[in-house]
Structure formats: structure tokens, C-alpha cells
Design a protein around this ligand. Structure first.
Ligand code: AMP
Length: 396
């Protein structure tokens, strides 16, 4: 089977054509600057092909047309005709409490995604544009929506409720939803396979440009660090993570800013970017800066690792123990120093890293010492594979 996986943003559209059974990626790429001018970057991993084309993309429709054109292109394409694509899977940010699993897209599903726009105002409209562009160009292909929030819907009320007046939950659905659910679900299933059992207490650290932790018991989410939106939890590349709301009130009042303006600061100008004095949101730059003695870079890295460590402690307590600790995503998979700093001092929980294994690069691997009570893994995440598998399943 060949499944086209689409991740549409407000001015971008990422795609991967893949085999849901083997995980092989036939082609992948990115449309950027949709609504501005338009650029397509297309790769065929097996043939080492990389093509960059400037193509006018006034809307997501032209972007989708450009994607299909290059997929069937005689030189750079990977299929003879669009007929070879069996179905399309869409990453959708917010499914509210309604979507506990992926769903085949029909009018009711689209309406439900639309109803979640107040909860995901930046992403859900863009996701819908991607869906509608595909429906327009490939009206007969099955389409499936895979939600970033769905995996977290097993959280108990004590984890997802905010301690604010009831009416905001009852009338407005304000609660913790959590994100990166497709990644956390991939890791939960992968850990069960690798460990040969499902009855495990797992903490997954998805540490990338956006970061979230997830407490998982018996392959089900018990708690997660992001909330109503993806701003909560640990500090991230440019997002503040948990901040006392009084800080927002102070900034708004003193600097005469609207709450939207304050949240833009918390979303785009905060996190490790802010702590490094505006130097960079990229952990490689921060590590280079810290190695040269830059105190702000050191603080940014220390703060990040400290907050991740605190969440691990909290989730170990919430789970009543810990069997497996996982690091995934850009920083989690590649940042050996970050992993070491996070795990340092967690010996009391039974976490003991093997420094040599931690320093080695590679794919899926155990990085804990043989006598560590907790097994620590590095597992590259694969959200696209989960989307492709759900799409294949729901297209039958
Ligand atoms: P993601 O959002 O999962 O794509 O992760 C992107 C982030 O991974 C980048 O912002 C980098 O900070 C980080 N990253 C990538 N490679 C490395 C590396 N070798 N060491 C530390 N951080 C890295």
C-alpha cells in the first residue's frame, strides 16, 4: 500500500508517501510560503534526489497540486499515476474530547474539526485547508484524520481538569488536552514491543523544538505536560512552558499589552531562546555557546534539563514507580549532554545511565547501565508511520 501523509500548517504543507507495513518512505517534502509565493522541496531518499522548485501557491490547493505533480513526475516522481496512492492521512492538531481515536473524514468529521477551532485556533483551520485541498483534487480517495490530542484522552479527570470554576469546563471545554499524542503513542507501542510486555510504567520525554512529557501506564496516557494548548509544560525552543499567570497580568498591565500580545511573547520569544539572551532556540547553538563559556546559554540548558527532571519526578510519583524512561525527538534523540544532565541525580529513582552508551550515536538503543532498575531508551519517533497505519486501517 502507498499512503500519502499530510501535515498542513498555515503557510506550509509537509508530505510523505510511505508504505504503512514496512515504514519505507518513497518520497517526502515540504511546500513553503503558501499564500506568499511558493516553494516546493522534494526528496526521494532511495535515489538521493532533492529538488527545489519555485511554484506559485496562492492557496493549499495549488500546493497539493504541486505535490501530486512531482510525485508522478517522470524524472523525480515515485508513482506512475495518482491512482497508485491508496489513501491520504492528515495530521490534525486538536480533536477536543470528542476524538479518542483517528477517524475517516466525512462531513461530520470535518464539522467536528471545525468545532475545535476555538481550542486550536492556529492549527485546525490550516489542517482543514489541507483536507479540503486533497478532497478537491482527489475526491474519491479515502481520507483519514489523526489527532495530536487523541492518545491523551485516557487521562483521568484529576489529571485533565483545571482547578477553576466548573462552568469553564462544562460550557467551554477548558481542560488539559495534551499534544504530540501521535509521537507518545508510537513510543508507548514501541516500548511494549521492545520490552516484550505491556504492563509497564513509562515516561516518554519528547524533546524537540516543542517538548512534552507523557506518563504512560499499560500503554495508556495517564498525564502529560502540555495543556489546553501547546504552551504549557517544560520550556521549549521559543515557548515559555509553565508560567505563573500573574506574570501575564503584570506584563499586560505594565506594558499596556493585550493578552494575545503577551501570549505571542510566551509562544514565540520565550523558552531557551529568551534565556540565552536571544541567541538561539536551537540546542546545538546553545551547547556550542555553553562550551565557549556563555553563561546565558548554560542557564538556558540548565533550566530546560531541570524542568524535564522535575516532570520525570512528578510522573514517577503519579505512576507509583517507573520501569522505562524514553528520550525521543530532535533533542531527545541527539542531545547526549541533555540526556545526561536530565538523568543526573535520578539514581534514587533507579535511573543509572551508561555514559558510553549514552554518548554513542545510532538508532533505537538502551542507554542505561545493565544494573539500572529503570531501562532508559533512545527511540526515534515516527509520527508519520502511525498516521499511515491508521489511514490504511480506516481505509479498508
Ligand atoms: P524536532 O522539533 O524534533 O525536529 O527537534 C529539533 C531540535 O532538535 C532542534 O531545534 C535542535 O535544537 C535539536 N537537535 C538536533 N540535533 C541535535 C544535536 N545533535 N544535539 C542537540 N540537539 C539537537
Amino acid at each position: 500500500m502507498k499512503i500519502l501523509v499530510i501535515n498542513a500548517g498555515s503557510s506550509s504543507l509537509k508530505y510523505q508517501l510511505m508504505d504503512p507495513d514496512t515504514g519505507d518512505v518513497f518520497a517526502k517534502g515540504l511546500c513553503e510560503r503558501i499564500g506568499i509565493d511558493g516553494r516546493l522541496t522534494h526528496r526521494v531518499p532511495a535515489k538521493d534526489i532533492k529538488v527545489v522548485r519555485e511554484i506559485p501557491m496562492p492557496t493549499h490547493s495549488e500546493a497539493m497540486t504541486a505535490v501530486l505533480d512531482i510525485l508522478v513526475d517522470e524524472v523525480n516522481g515515485v508513482v506512475k499515476s495518482v491512482d497508485e496512492i491508496d489513501a491520504v492521512g492528515h495530521r490534525v492538531l486538536h480533536g477536543g474530547a470528542k476524538f479518542t481515536a483517528s477517524c475517516r473524514i466525512d462531513d461530520a468529521c470535518k464539522e467536528a474539526i471545525r468545532e475545535c477551532i476555538p481550542l486550536g485556533p492556529l492549527h485546525n483551520p490550516a489542517n482543514l485547508m489541507g483536507i479540503e485541498a486533497c478532497q478537491k483534487i482527489m475526491p474519491t480517495k479515502p481520507q483519514v484524520a489523526v489527532f495530536d490530542t487523541a492518545f491523551h484522552m485516557t487521562m483521568p479527570p484529576k489529571a485533565y481538569r483545571y482547578a477553576i470554576p466548573d462552568e469553564y469546563y462544562e460550557n467551554d471545554s477548558l481542560r488539559r488536552y495534551g499534544f504530540h499524542g501521535t509521537s507518545h503513542r508510537y513510543i508507548a507501542d514501541r516500548v511494549a514491543k521492545l520490552m516484550g510486555r505491556t504492563d509497564l510504567k513509562v515516561i516518554n520525554c519528547h524533546l524537540g523544538n516543542g517538548s512534552s512529557l507523557c506518563a504512560i501506564k499499560d500503554c495508556k496516557c495517564q498525564d502529560t505536560s502540555m495543556g489546553l494548548g501547546p504552551l504549557a509544560g517544560v520550556p521549549m525552543g521559543t515557548r515559555a512552558g509553565d508560567v505563573d499567570t500573574t506574570v501575564a497580568q503584570f506584563i499586560a498591565n505594565k506594558y499596556n499589552k493585550s493578552i494575545d500580545e503577551v501570549l505571542t511573547i510566551f509562544n514565540k520569544k520565550s523558552g531557551v531562546l529568551a534565556l540565552s539572551g536571544g541567541l538561539s532556540s536551537d540546542f546545538r547553538d546553545l551547547e556550542a555557546g555553553a562550551a565557549e563559556g556563555n553563561e546565558k546559554c548554560k542557564l538556558a540548558l540548565e533550566k530546560f534539563c531541570y524542568e524535564v527532571k522535575k516532570y520525570i519526578g512528578a510522573y514517577a510519583a503519579a505512576l507509583g514507580g517507573l520501569d522505562v524512561l524514553v528520550f525521543t525527538a530532535g533533542v531527545g534523540e541527539n542531545g547526549a549532554n541533555t540526556r545526561a544532565a536530565v538523568c543526573e541525580g535520578l539514581e534514587f529513582l533507579g535511573v543509572k545511565l551508561d555514559p558510553e552508551k549514552n554518548a554513542q550515536r545510532g538508532d533505537e538503543r538502551i542507554i542505561s547501565a545493565p544494573d539500572s532498575k529503570v531501562t532508559v531508551w533512545v527511540i526515534p519517533t515516527n509520527e508519520e508511520l502511525v498516521i499511515a497505519q491508521d489511514t490504511a486501517e480506516l481505509s479498508k
